[in-house]
Design a protein around this ligand. Structure first.
Ligand SMILES: Cc1ncc(COP(=O)(O)O)c(C=O)c1O
Length: 386
């Protein structure tokens, strides 16, 4: 039986055309893009092409794209880079508790260094309170960093309104768009955003590569990685050429197929939710019902532990994730879900299904059938034990 992969917010399979484009750069085309000879120039040309492809996906200028080692580094680069560059102007940074650890842990480190970090409150869907954001901006605020889409529940933040507010108050705005790029249109030409993070492996590209978009005119960030003058002195270190080339091709495929991908995901999501609602009782959905990613369904079944269900699904060849995070061998409820005031017992029940472009209607039928059987079985066993 073929397995069904439903964990695309964790990572995506590399598109065959991406792999094909990368391979020569692990072989004969091994040049360093900083070298002036033909091998180096060959790498440079392909890297420039990839920069154009990533820029085109965002409707950005290629000069506004800095390649990094992934979403985590892009987030760190924005947070640390602004903090260091603007520390003479202020020491106050605003974020929210549903951010990825790449933002939260960078902010926590800055707090240890004397920066003031405030978190804007979120509602039960994980959406920030704009009025609260407006209240907590001060003369010392140098950065607002609020994600575009939440990886756990898929809720979208009002980044247009946040950016406008930031502009009005003269504050830089960074958004982590790792989960939204390639799933919905994210076009920086129309957005009041100064910096934006993206990651290749969330969009059918290779792991270990990403980018930070830095709008032209944004103050120069202090580089996170000091080294040679690569990436116009914004990020030192010889570029990961094969991965960057693959990232470019993935961005190109995403740009061309975005409308089709988006509507395919929306249709599958609708089918999945309807199938579950029609066939299973005692189910609760999390995240915003409408203002959300087209691929993410976060849900819990009354009386059914998410970990148990995830393992049972895995045994049937279906990969999903849970609402709990596993670190240092212990399982703890996700901080983001706690910030959405989801009770700990409910968090323990959550599974996240994140769809991808290769999933099919038939797979969703099989998943619904499987859920029906497994949830019923687990509930029955729990009833016998208690
Ligand atoms: C919202 C968000 N930001 C950042 C990251 C980190 O990206 P990367 O795995 O490329 O470091 C992730 C990865 O899950 C994410 O979901």
């Amino acid at each position: 039986m073929n397995s069904i992969y439903l964990d695309h917010n964790a990572t995506t399979p590399v598109h065959p055309k991406v792999l094909e484009a990368m391979l020569p750069f692990y072989g004969d085309s091994f040049g360093n893009p900083s070298s002036s000879h033909s091998k180096g120039r060959e790498a440079r040309v392909k890297m420039d092409e990839a920069r154009e492809q990533v820029a085109a996906l965002l409707q950005a200028h290629p000069g506004e794209i800095v390649f990094t080692s992934g979403g985590t580094e892009s987030d760190n680069m924005a947070v640390y880079g602004v903090a260091q560059a603007l520390r003479g102007k202020g020491n106050h940074i605003l974020t929210c508790k549903t951010e990825h650890p790449a933002i939260l842990n960078a902010c926590a480190e800055l707090a240890r260094q004397g920066f003031e970090i405030d978190t804007v409150s979120v509602d039960r869907y994980g959406k920030i309170d704009l009025a609260h954001l407006q209240e907590v901006i001060t003369e010392k605020t140098i950065l607002i960093t609020i994600q575009h889409a939440n990886s756990e529940v898929g809720t979208l933040q009002p980044i247009q309104a946040i950016g406008e507010l930031a502009r009005e108050r003269g504050v830089l705005f960074h958004t982590d768009a790792v989960q939204s790029v390639a799933k919905i249109p994210v076009q920086v030409a129309d957005l009041p955003v100064d910096m934006l993070s993206l990651s290749s492996h969330k969009m059918y590209g290779p792991k270990g590569v990403g980018a930070l978009y830095i709008k032209k005119g944004c103050p120069a960030l202090v580089p996170l990685v000091a080294g040679g003058g690569q990436e116009k002195k914004r990020r030192g270190g010889t570029e990961n050429v094969p991965a960057i080339v693959g990232f470019g091709v993935a961005a190109d495929i995403a740009r061309v197929g975005l409308d089709d991908d988006s509507s395919h995901l929306k249709a599958l999501r609708k089918q999945l939710i309807a199938g579950i609602q029609d066939n299973l009782a005692g189910v609760e959905f999390f995240g915003h019902p409408d203002e959300c990613l087209p691929n993410t369904v976060s849900l819990g079944f009354e009386g059914v532990e998410g970990q148990t269900l995830m393992i049972r699904l895995d045994l049937e060849g279906i990969c999903v994730s849970t609402g709990t995070a596993c670190s240092s061998g212990s399982i703890s409820p996700s901080d983001g879900l706690r910030a959405m005031q989801v009770a700990a017992d409910k968090i323990n029940q959550i599974i996240r299904i994140s769809l991808g472009r290769n999933n099919t209607e038939q797979e969703i039928h099989r998943v619904v059938d499987c859920l029906k059987r497994l949830v019923g079985d687990i509930r029955q066993k729990v009833a016998v034990v208690s």
